[in-house]
Each structure stands twice: as C-alpha cells, then as structure tokens.
Design a protein around this ligand. Structure first.
Ligand SMILES: Nc1nc2c(ncn2[C@@H]2O[C@H](COP(=O)(O)OP(=O)(O)O)[C@@H](O)[C@H]2O)c(=O)[nH]1
Ligand SMILES: [Mg+2]
Length: 354
C-alpha cells in the first residue's frame, strides 16, 4: 500500500518524508520522486514480544512517496504536475501537505500563507486531472459502443458509469461520490482516479500549535492532522531516550508521525492481525472485512488449504488477562471457523492440516 505526499512547493513534504522514513533529507534529490518503506508502529507487538521472547519482530509496513512540488502558479510547475501524475495514479492514497507555519526564510507559495486555499487549489487540480481522464475514456467508449461487437453491453454499462463520474466532477464533487457499490468502485479503481483515493490532510503548523487540533478540514478528507514537519524531523533524529521529555515539552504523547501512519493505514481500509510464537511476533496486513480463511492465506497457502480453525483472542483481552494461559482460563480464546471476520488486533493461532 502506497501513499504519496502531495502539495504546493515548500509546504514541508520532503521534511515530513524524512521524519516518517528516517531518511536524511537529500537536497540533491529535491526534483525527483523518492520511495521508502515505513514500519507501522504497533505497541501491541511489544507485549507479545515480552510474552514470547521471539527471535524476530515484524511490523506491518506502508510505502510513502515524496513527489516534487506541485506548483500550479507557473507553467513549469504545471508540466511537472502532469509528469508525476502517473505515479500518483498508482498510489492507494494521498497525503496533502499544506503550509500554515510562519517562517521568513521560506518563500510562501503564491506569496501568501493560506493552507485552506492551498488545499482547495490542490483538490480542484486533482478533480481536473480526473475529469480529463474520464472525458478521454468516454470518447473511446462511445466509439466502441457505436461499433458494436461482443463487449457492447459491458461497454454501455461502463459508459453510463463514466458519464455519472463526469457529471459528479463537473459539480466539483470527487469521483468517490459517483460510486454506488463495490463493483463500480472496482471498475473506477482501474483508472487510478485521484479523487477516489483516500485523502489525508496534513496542516504543517508552527511549533507553538502542534498540540492544537487542526484549524480546518476539507469536506472530502478522510482524516486531518495538524503537525510540524520540522519538529517531527527533529524527533526522528533524537535518541529514543531523549524523545519522551522532548514530546512532553511540546504537549504531545507520541510523535505525530505515528498518528499519520495509522491514519493512512486506516484510510486504506487496512487492519492488522497478530501472530506470536518463539520464532516471531508479527503484524499481518489485511483488508477490513476479510475472513479467517483469507487471513490464513496471507501467511501461507498451505495454512489456507489445510485450515482447521483459528484460535483467536482479542489483544485487549490478552492484555487484561496477562498471558495466553490466563486468557484461555478466562474463556477469552475463541475457536473461530473459516468465515469468521477477523478484527484489528486479533491474536491468532491457525490450526491446519496438510
Ligand atoms: N519553520 C518551519 N519550517 C519548515 C517546516 N517544514 C518545512 N520547513 C522548511 O520549509 C522549507 C521547505 O521544506 P520542504 O520539506 O523541502 O518542502 P517541500 O517543497 O514541500 O518538499 C525547508 O527550508 C524546510 O526546512 C516547519 O514545520 N516549520
Ligand atoms: Mg520536496
């Protein structure tokens, strides 16, 4: 699952990218896309590690891409935006970074600091890009339908959907508003519409505002966070021992980057189930709503094929009981079958037979 950081130039995208990935800023790479894999922090694994003393500790991961600034105020920037569009289309979600921080040393986009206007401009541009995409598709489909042929009924259905998407965009509503069911969602997904993707808004605020809630949001945002990219980058550079005091000074209980990563994970419809043993404690990524049988297949096709049952305990129940034995004694370990819908934080031992 991949999220792209987007926003006007100098809004703090690369600084935030460094903070989440731990990679040093690289001015030499300011004009190119950078991709990195990020571990999803999961304190639940810490308790499992204490209980099992495993050899390996494996978090879930997400990918983040830093794309060059989308400057719509000049033709060069507009061309750059088009160039990076293909990379945005293959992402699973977008993180829009807009500037609210004051700094005389950093040139303000369009000579004003107005994060709400920047966000509106970015969103409008995403809708324009989608509109162009859908108009092209409609032209093709109309030709295909006129020609007839074997797939004409399917083409007609798709054409109706694309027309509905176009009407939606023309009313300045995101593509997601035009989709009525999963099947339509799937068809649309293959076009990489930008306003169908989850949108996480990051308002990059001054140091004094990091403990305040976001001042505004966007109607289409899945989540909105206020944070300071610069402070987050500083936190990432500190030794783990020094972090708590630094965070406390700012009025924070954890780095905002953790909230951001979790917001992305959640917005992409992902949850984690956990496995624990002497070899490894591990968080496995699945889509919300997946069955125990599908979850088993994430680990190994043999486990799916030979599935007998999933011995399952909710993380909160395991924590309250203290350990696995106590959880069993308290009747908290359930024997679930193939169709059980796995919940976030389920600690599962799959029994299987091959
Ligand atoms: N004061 C302050 N400066 C920041 C913050 N985030 C980024 N900057 C500065 O703004 C400039 C642009 O940041 P950068 O991350 O390169 O922006 P990008 O163009 O969106 O990638 C750099 O000089 C950063 O040091 C912040 O939260 N506070
Ligand atoms: Mg940058």
């Amino acid at each position: 699952m991949r999220f792209a950081l987007v926003g006007p130039p100098q809004s703090g995208k690369s600084t935030l990218f460094s903070a989440i990935t731990g990679l040093a800023p690289d001015p030499a790479q300011s004009g190119v896309e950078r991709l990195a894999t990020v571990k999803v922090p999961d304190p639940r694994l810490d308790l499992l590690a204490v209980l099992h003393k495993p050899k390996k500790y494996t978090e879930a991961t997400l990918e983040f891409v830093d794309v060059p600034g989308i400057s719509l105020s000049d033709p060069h920037g507009q061309a750059e935006f088009r160039r990076c569009m293909a990379n945005l289309r293959v992402c699973d979600g977008l993180v829009a970074v807009v500037r609210q921080f004051e700094s005389s040393g950093v040139t303000a986009y369009r000579n004003r600091i107005d994060p709400k206007a920047d966000l509106d401009e970015l969103h409008t541009e995403l809708m324009f890009a989608d509109l162009e995409q859908v108009v092209n598709r409609i032209e093709r489909l109309e030709k295909q339908v006129a020609k007839g042929g074997k797939a004409v009924e399917a083409d007609k259905r798709e054409l109706a959907l694309m027309q509905r998407i176009r009407e939606c965009l023309e009313k300045e509503l995101p593509v997601s508003n035009a989709l009525h069911n999963d099947e339509e969602g799937k068809i649309a997904l293959s076009f990489g519409f930008l306003t169908q993707k989850p949108l996480i808004v990051v308002i990059n605020v001054s140091e004094g505002d990091v403990a305040r809630p976001p001042a505004f949001t966007h109607p289409t945002a899945t989540a909105t966070l206020a944070l300071s990219a610069e402070i987050e980058a500083e936190i990432a550079q500190l030794s783990p021992d020094d972090r708590p005091a630094f965070l406390a000074d700012l009025g924070l209980s954890e780095p905002a980057k953790n909230r951001l990563i979790h917001a992305c994970y959640d917005a992409a419809g992902l949850i984690s189930f956990l496995t624990a043993g002497e070899e490894e404690v591990r968080a496995w990524t699945i889509r919300r709503g997946m069955s125990a049988l599908e979850a088993a297949g994430k680990i190994h096709s043999d486990i799916q094929r030979g599935f007998i049952r999933a011995e399952t305990v909710a993380y909160a129940d395991l924590k309250a009981a203290g350990d696995m034995r106590a959880a069993k004694a308290a009747g908290k370990v359930r024997l679930e079958g193939k169709t059980y819908v796995v919940q976030d934080g389920d600690v599962i031992l799959f029994r299987f037979n091959v």
